[in-house]
Design a protein around this ligand. Sequence first.
Ligand code: CTP
Length: 294
Amino acid sequence: MLTTTILACKCPILVSPAMNTRMYTNSIVQENLDKLRRHGYTVIEPASGYLACGDTGAGKMPEPELLLQAVLKEVAYEKDMKGLKVLVTAGPTQESIDPVRYITNHSSGKMGYALAINAMRRGAEVTLVSGQTALEAPYGVKVVPVVSAKDMFEAVTERAGEQDIIIKAAAVADYRPANVASDKIKKSEGDMSIALERTDDILKYLGEHKAEGQFLCGFCMETKDMLENAGKKLRAKHVDMIVANNVKVAGAGFAGNTNVVTLVAEDMSKELGLLSKDETAAQILDEIMRRKNR
Ligand code: CTP
């Protein structure tokens, strides 16, 4: 019934093989899966672990949430970003003081992840350069984990040339300890201070080395004079659009699932109002696509 129905279907077809690990790794099964891939079927790789039959290995059914993500990737959105390469940065950076301590910020990564997921569902090929967050790696997105601002600089600049759109949602440290102690710093009487040095401004570098036709979107988090500062950053860093938010506004900022942002470009200042981070991401991408296509 299933195979005859599938033969007659013209819709996208996803296959999620789940079976004993020796069955799954059997070359006949693998050849058949390759054949399906060649014919345009999407094969969702099984998870690995302890299987119902008592064996351990690849062949486990993926979590239902992952299967849902795979279905949404195919059907949930119009594929208006198909063929575009998008790089998103997200989350905080960590700057080591010694082997046990670091300087960081409150970024949760939620806004950047929402942008990456939305772009992926709209058909883009998405790379997510992410600082350390508590979020799961999204299905269908290439995740490049990084720790420090220096790591993020290297991961982003290495891949920047080939991107159509770069969105810098990460909260990158502006300063790092000038010297990282190789052993744990012991306390002593009195106060102490840590000498800090500047990190590279990744967004500024990208603005100065923009590839032909590339769209560069930065973020700007302020506690006062938001629009004025956003305009200054837009020009100083040569970016096409800045997503500005004031962390002091209710519903905006790092930890929650909502945001209140204003999109700022040379000819625009558009307030989006209180929205979920998912809907904020969708509207940011709508604006980028409008500007890219005009
Ligand atoms: N940014 C970056 N590299 C840095 C610092 C910031 O790429 N070393 C990027 C952020 O990812 C964001 C934008 O620059 O897209 C603005 O970050 P923000 O911290 O608001 O501004 P700064 O330019 O660092 O200025 P200031 O801290 O003085 O407000």
